[in-house]
Ligand binder design. Sequence first.
Ligand SMILES: C[S@@+](CC[C@H](N)C(=O)[O-])C[C@H]1O[C@@H](n2cnc3c(N)ncnc32)[C@H](O)[C@@H]1O
Length: 161
Amino acid sequence: MVRWIDWESVDTVVEYGPGTGVFTEQILEYKSPGAEFFAVELNSQFATSLAMRFPEATILQDSVGNIEALCRQQGVSEVDSIVCGLPWAVFSDDDQTAYLDAMMNVLKPGAYFATFAYLQGMVLPSAHRFRTKLQSYFSEVHASPTVWKNFPPAFIYRCRR
Ligand SMILES: C[S@@+](CC[C@H](N)C(=O)[O-])C[C@H]1O[C@@H](n2cnc3c(N)ncnc32)[C@H](O)[C@@H]1O
């Protein structure tokens, strides 16, 4: 999720749906010391515990649907990288589109976007719909091989705007 990113070129990184903070820990380790970082988590309990676990990080309890306003609030005009733990396959068609549309208004051309999907979730039409949308929103979309050691098995979409 994070190793493929050229971190030296990233001045601003945002995490979508950090949950328990597995990717947050990696982002804080990999990002350049001067790079801006904030995470957007809808669930207030996760947001509160993340803020306690990572006092050096900015955790915003909000929806990624509001990313443009959140960027303005943080003084960020463009984002170089989004690392995302959102469960895209459970979102409605309208929500998938709304979150991707809002993302496109903040992501720089060439910016990195990483998200993951569970292999078993690919039986859902919504998961295929999301994959098709990625191909229309991003200039490059690469699906990794399945990570069988993950439980449940999962794979990563690595995209460039
Ligand atoms: C699969 S979990 C995150 C996995 C994460 N990598 C971890 O270490 O726990 C998905 C997260 O996305 C959050 N989420 C769902 N919809 C969201 C939204 N619209 N905006 C922000 N966060 C959202 C959920 O609250 C949940 O914490």
